[in-house]
Design a protein around this ligand. Structure first.
Ligand code: ADP
Ligand code: MG
Length: 147
């Protein structure tokens, strides 16, 4: 399959779907970065590793979905890093390793159902990333270029 998939690009302003209000801000990639993704990668929720600039590598959950801004003809890729940052990092370079798939995109009946699904995704990502075969990708040269 296509995973793990490594990618980096600038963090751009999203379209304010209110991720932050739900307590899960998502760093959005630009359209160009999204277009460089394998076109057959499934929409849904993934887990992996992420780092901002040359900062520390953290666990993340990622959503690949249809972008309502482009009438759902283009994809959007949004990364929620499982870490509390002191400041926003728009304009910085986000590096990610997408490692595994959690679930397809879903519509939720209520905000409560959505929020609890996100919390479950985060717990699943943490569990998966603690497995030795996934943990080792945190040390990949992609994040820590030698020399
Ligand atoms: P937008 O619609 O502009 O993407 P969000 O509500 O999704 O707005 O917030 C995303 C922004 O929040 C990111 O671009 C980043 O600058 C900031 N941010 C702060 N903490 C995090 C985090 N843990 N994970 C992702 N983004 C974060
Ligand atoms: Mg966002």
């Amino acid at each position: 399959r296509q995973l793990p998939y490594f990618c980096r690009g600038e963090v751009v302003k999203g379209f304010g779907r209110g991720s932050r209000q739900l307590g899960v801000p998502t760093a959005n990639f630009s359209e160009q970065v999204v277009e460089s993704f394998p076109s057959d990668i499934s929409t849904g929720i993934y887990y992996g590793w992420a780092c901002v600039g040359n900062g520390d590598v953290h666990k993340m959950v990622l959503s690949i979905g249809w972008n309502p801004f482009y009438k759902n003809t283009k994809k959007s890729v949004e990364t929620h890093i499982i870490h509390t940052f002191k400041e926003d990092f728009y304009g910085e370079i986000l590096s990610i390793a997408i490692i595994g798939y959690i679930r397809p995109e879903k519509n939720f009946d209520s905000l409560e159902a959505l929020i609890s699904a996100i919390q479950e995704d985060i717990e699943e990502a943490k569990r998966q990333l603690d497995l030795p075969e996934h943990r080792k990708l945190k040390e990949d040269n992609f994040f820590h270029p030698p020399g």
